[in-house]
Design a protein around this ligand. Structure first.
Ligand code: AMP
Ligand code: GLY
Length: 425
């Protein structure tokens, strides 16, 4: 098959590497890709927001299947536009991607399908929002309805903080994403990310992961896209996985089907495991980044087979194999991230690090300079990933690899995996 993968992050490097290992993959293009994906296939300089350009490329190159990594093209309806001209695509339709694109959409679906989630109220004006906040008390969570690149959620410890978030969001700090807000109950428990693949009718549990969103050691400082992750999440044992499939994932799949807008693709549930059981915090409709960088090294089955089973609505007939090994990834970011990152600094010795046993270096915001040197181009730059018999072993290996990389312009957290490792002690 001739494949086109959309995206340019560490997630897409992990997907590209896995797809390139499939016996059925005869050609792999990545748009726009990065220097890491260029080692798995051919990067193409497409502006993926121009759907007509993507379609023209697919026709010229006889692409059999388009696989979409990030959320923006899904929410923009790229899958619908490709399918309208007969090109197969992996990922949800524009309407189904509203599970990620609109927090209010997901909350209404939870009500309709009796899915456990935080109590909430949708608001479109500050006065109603503040009245509800004062009535409920703190702590309380203020969320922008739309996509806000991880900046749309404020977990407020006080009423004043919640009211300030309401004013900022309605004041336009997040643009159109903050035109409607969801105010919700603050859930207490342990967070986990859970991934399922869904073909419209059937859902298959993939694996679990936990990520570290805060920029600093000890989970301090501002939120980021994710500074590291590990898989599996110890809290997601077989019983909890079955419960999440039964109480959260399957009711979602059935409700979307009943509405006539079946969900196809990867359903990534952000969960809070509370004393009353698992509750849905939010959905994403794609693999997580950096979670994908710890799932792909553990997937022993052919990813393309799984994707094809999804497109052909026969996920009930496949059973993916997962390694019993754990995987852990440490994100290396450019100085300044999550604010404005400093770009252009040179990164050396990634090849030496990649030669270590059970280590894979995924590229995200990297670029090749004219002289061939690898340089930083974005905020999150590398995802340094290792496998091990336990999370603790994977952690030791990943940090050995991080230490080999010579990049004075970058930084990383020193404690990825600490919660899981503490628990097993
Ligand atoms: P999100 O951007 O939706 O992933 O939310 C960012 C983070 O905010 C989550 O990972 C949680 O740590 C936290 N969060 C979101 N909603 C709630 C909630 N209802 N209760 C407690 N924490 C929450
Ligand atoms: N790491 C969180 C996300 O991909 O949304």
């Amino acid at each position: 098959m001739r494949l086109l993968l959309i995206g340019s992050g560490g997630r897409e490097h992990a997907l590209a590497l896995k797809l390139s290992h499939s016996a059925r993959c005869k050609a792999l293009f990545i748009a726009p890709g990065n220097p890491g994906t260029a080692q798995c296939g051919m990067n193409v300089a497409l502006d993926v927001s121009r759907h007509a350009d993507v379609i023209a490329f697919c026709k010229n190159e006889s692409i059999d299947l388009v696989i979409i990594g990030p959320e923006a093209p899904l929410v923009a309806g790229l899958v619908d536009d490709l399918e309208a001209v007969g090109i197969k695509a992996f990922g949800p339709s524009k309407v189904a991607a509203q599970l990620e694109g609109s927090k209010a959409f997901t909350k209404e679906l939870c009500v309709e399908a009796h899915i456990p989630t935080a109590a909430f109220k949708r608001v479109t004006d500050a006065q109603t929002a503040k009245a509800y906040i004062r009535q409920q008390g703190a702590p309380i969570v203020v969320k922008a309805d739309g996509l806000a690149a991880g900046k749309g959620v404020v977990v407020a410890e006080t009423i004043e903080e919640a009211e300030a978030a309401v004013d900022a969001m309605f004041g336009g700090s997040l643009g159109q994403a903050g035109a409607e807000l969801v105010i919700e109950e603050c859930l207490i428990g342990e967070e986990a990310s859970f991934f399922a693949i869904v073909d419209g009718t059937h859902a298959l549990a993939l694996a679990s992961a936990q990520d570290h969103k805060r920029v600093g050691d000890g989970d301090t400082g501002p939120n980021t896209g994710g500074m590291g992750a590990y898989s599996p999440a110890p809290i997601m044992d077989d019983a909890m996985t079955a419960r999440v499939m039964r109480e959260i994932i399957m009711p979602t799949v059935e409700a979307m089907m009943k509405r006539g807008t079946p969900f196809r693709g990867v359903l990534f549930a952000g969960l809070m495991i509370t004393k009353d059981g698992p509750k849905l915090i939010e959905y994403n409709t794609r693999f997580g980044d950096p979670e994908c960088e710890v799932l792909m090294p553990r997937l022993e089955s052919d990813l393309l087979d799984l994707i094809l089973a999804t497109i052909e609505t026969r996920l009930d007939q496949v059973t993916p194999l997962w390694s019993r090994d754990a995987a852990l990834t440490v994100v290396m970011a450019a100085t300044g991230y999550p604010g404005t990152p400093e770009t252009g600094s040179e990164i050396r010795k990634t090849d030496d690090a990649a030669r270590l046993n059970n280590v894979t270096i995924y590229h995200a915001g990297t670029a090749l300079r004219d002289d061939g040197a690898l340089v930083a181009k974005g905020g999150r730059v590398l995802a340094v990933t290792a496998r091990g018999a336990t999370i603790a072993e994977a952690q030791i290996r990943a940090y050995e690899a991080v230490k080999v990389i010579d990049w004075p312009g970058g930084f990383y957290r020193h404690d990825i995996g600490w919660r899981a490792i503490e628990k097993t002690r």
